[in-house]
Design a protein around this ligand. Structure first.
Ligand code: AMP
Length: 306
């Protein structure tokens, strides 16, 4: 695996491959790689000729300075892990490379950024995400870019921006990878104390409670959200938000009548975690239980022919 730090080096590495007709897959990350990231890289490896992993802790998407400062950074471990699962190129630019002096352009997606994480973290968060993802796509020009369903709203925002800006890339969302006890893997989990790690199980417990109630035939959003909130109480954790929304528009819904995204965020000590699951109404709930974190648009199998 080759590590490159500038856009010029990235381009000179990828251009010959693209000319030969090889397909390029991009996995954008902020590093501190875990099995969730590795599942994306492995999937890209299976479906693309050339796999690029980007590693950039994007200051523009952090709405809290302390979160940015605390964010785990371990590039040499990340490089070893990415290489071990078959990445060809690690693109690890500096902040100055991504945002040089005079940088003045941002990408702002309206509508779908205004709820859930956007409402909780403020407009700068998704402006930062949309801007850096657009830049990474323009830098690497991949055929396919892979994202985790763990950040469900991010996937919706990125699908919106690639469609709106006619970017010639396919966006693939892959299922959330969880610890054996159900906690969604996250780079921020490393910041939890052992006691907080136990409390963090409030998030998957909330999702399980709503899912279990939906399986019994309950469709009312109020009842499903109430069950989810109640399940968090024994952990002494309160949701920052918890919502049942339409999966593509993220508009709140009153009742389950088809697949719906149950999304929540909670602060455990200083660490803010998010999780989500697609709920199905009872008639199709068995299938939903078998694949609790399936991607919203069913694109789990990518071929790299964009
Ligand atoms: P991050 O480094 O947190 O920005 O994440 C980089 C990519 O990995 C994003 O597309 C995330 O949605 C994805 N990701 C993070 N955690 C998981 C997980 N537990 N399972 C699957 N994908 C994940």
């Amino acid at each position: 695996m080759r590590t490159v730090r500038t856009v010029a080096e990235l381009r000179s590495t990828l251009t010959p491959a693209r000319r030969e007709g090889l397909t390029i897959g991009l996995v954008p990350t902020m590093g501190a790689l875990h099995e969730g990231h590795l599942s994306l890289i492995r999937h890209a490896r299976e479906h693309c000729d050339l796999v690029v992993v980007s590693l950039f802790v994007n200051p523009a998407q952090f709405n809290e300075r302390s979160d940015l400062e605390r964010y785990p950074r371990r590039e040499s471990d990340d490089a070893a892990q990415a290489a071990a699962v078959g990445a060809d190129v690690l693109f690890a630019p500096s902040v100055e490379e991504v945002y040089p002096t005079g940088f003045a352009t941002t990408v702002e997606v309206l509508g779908v950024t205004e709820r859930l994480e956007g409402a909780a973290r403020g407009p700068e968060h998704f402006r930062g995400v949309a801007t850096v993802v657009t830049k990474l796509l323009c830098m690497a020009l991949p055929d396919v870019a892979y994202f985790g369903q763990k950040d469900a709203q991010q996937v919706v925002v990125i699908r919106r921006l690639t469609a709106d800006l006619n970017l010639p890339v396919r966006i693939e969302a892959l299922p959330t990878v969880r610890e054996p006890d159900g906690l969604a893997m996250s780079s921020r989990n490393a910041l939890l104390t052992p006691a907080e790690r136990a409390q963090a199980l409030a998030l998957p417990a909330a999702l399980a409670a709503a899912r279990d109630l939906a399986v019994t035939g309950e469709r009312a959003t109020a009842a499903l959200l109430d069950a989810a909130r109640q399940a968090m109480l024994p952990f002494d954790v309160e949701a920052e938000y918890i919502a049942l929304v339409e999966p593509d528009t993220l508009e709140p819904i009153d009742a389950l009548s088809g697949p719906a995204l149950l999304a929540l965020a909670a602060r455990i000590g200083e660490v803010r975690l998010i999780d989500n699951e697609v709920l199905q109404p009872a008639a199709t709930a068995t299938a939903a239980r078998q694949t609790p974190s399936q991607p919203l648009q069913g694109k789990t199998t990518a071929t790299c022919s964009a």
